[in-house]
Design a protein around this ligand. Structure first.
Ligand SMILES: O=C[C@H](O)[C@H](O)COP(=O)(O)O
Ligand SMILES: C=C(OP(=O)(O)O)C(=O)O
Length: 347
């Protein structure tokens, strides 16, 4: 009988329970304060009580603790400088949804050598998030595997559901129980209706299968997440950050009789995956905000210490410091200059 099961499973390796990993890397008081302040501030920005622009910026993916903390330290100083106009949330992305294949991020393969040391990845992810939050920064991540939030979510201020998973019931259910505001990307074909469906779905109470803090398979019942919002990232037919596309979204949201904020991802299909094009996209968004305040509440940038990206070399010692191993990023100097200009131009 057992021959009927697990035909394509090579191995099943138990993972320590969320409670165990959380105890291994406990949240500190300073980190908890920054995460809570991040969540509260983001909610206020999304509902218009805080007029600052939310800027989610950071690497496409984190592949090194040292680089992540170097970037976070620079960002902390920039946050202090631009605090009047901008609220910065650092992109701390550990899970990469791939179009076909490739490195799937630090949690899946922290040693970047196909050893898939996922337990080490989860612990390392917590350490990185905790240290970034301890600097006082709010953190953003994409949740892809529905089990991961049990391990990381106390260290996350903002979550994304990506373009490839916005239509997935599993991810909408997960989002309905997440403790932080969740941005739903429009789908890769450019449809924002799918993301609006997701926002409405994640506001409902849901009942689904998950794990509890002890790692036991469980029925999870949620109350619904009221803070779902839309993230426009462009699609196969091109960008969707222009004033006409934004107006269309505003109308679609009104037609549904819901309140949902709009955030624009300056990267991905809004910049045709050319990191340099994020600069004119952000300038256009700032002009739109100055012309009609309140329509766009936040932006996202893919930015790292060094410019562009690199493929993973056979010998990891040949990796260039601070350069993305997934999508191309703006370098630090141009990111800081861009955000200073944006803050100065914001009315
Ligand atoms: O942001 C990251 C990528 O755009 C996304 O994970 C898809 O990557 P891929 O098309 O290179 O697989
Ligand atoms: C994968 C990402 O984006 P999208 O889901 O929009 O492709 C990302 O932001 O890393």
């Amino acid at each position: 009988m057992s021959d009927l099961n697990n035909i394509h499973i090579a191995k099943i390796t138990p993972l320590s329970a969320p409670a165990v990993i959380r105890e291994t890397v406990p949240v500190t008081d300073e980190a908890a304060k920054a995460i809570q302040n991040g969540r509260d501030t983001i909610v206020k920005i999304l509902n218009g009580e805080d007029k600052r622009l939310m800027v989610i910026t950071g690497p496409c993916s984190i592949h090194s603790k040292e680089i992540a903390l170097d970037y976070a330290t620079r960002l902390t100083e920039l946050q202090k400088e631009l605090n009047d106009k901008i609220f910065i949330v650092m992109r701390v992305y550990f899970e990469k949804p791939r179009t076909i294949g490739g490195w799937k991020g630090l949690i899946n393969d922290p040693h970047i050598n196909n050893s898939y040391a996922i337990e080490e990845g989860v612990v390392l992810g917590r350490e990185i998030l905790r240290e970034i939050a301890t600097l006082g920064l709010a953190t953003a991540t994409e949740f892809l595997d529905p089990i991961v939030p049990q391990y990381l979510s106390d260290l996350v201020s903002w979550a994304a559901i990506g373009a490839r998973t916005t239509e997935s019931q599993t991810h909408r259910e997960m989002a309905s129980g997440l403790s932080m505001p969740v941005g739903f990307k429009n789908s890769t074909d450019g449809s924002f209706e799918v993301a609006l469906n997701a926002i409405q779905s994640s506001r409902l109470p849901q009942h689904f299968l998950g794990i509890d803090a002890n790692g036991r398979s469980s029925v999870v019942s949620t109350t619904g997440n009221p803070h779902g919002h839309l993230v426009l990232r462009g699609g196969h037919d091109g960008p969707n950050y222009d004033a006409a596309s934004i107006a269309q979204c505003v109308d679609a949201i009104k037609d549904r009789g819901i309140d949902a904020a709009i955030v624009v991802d300056c990267s991905h299909a809004n910049s045709s995956k050319d990191h340099n094009k994020q600069i004119p996209v952000l300038k256009d968004i700032i002009a739109q905000i100055n012309e009609t305040p309140g329509k766009i509440k936040g932006v996202m940038l893919e930015s790292n210490i060094g410019e562009g990206n690199q493929s993973i070399p056979p010998n990891l010692r040949d990796l260039k410091y601070g350069v993305s191993i997934t999508d191309k990023c703006l370098d630090w100097d141009r990111t800081a200059e861009l955000l200073r200009t944006a803050a100065a131009e914001l009315a």
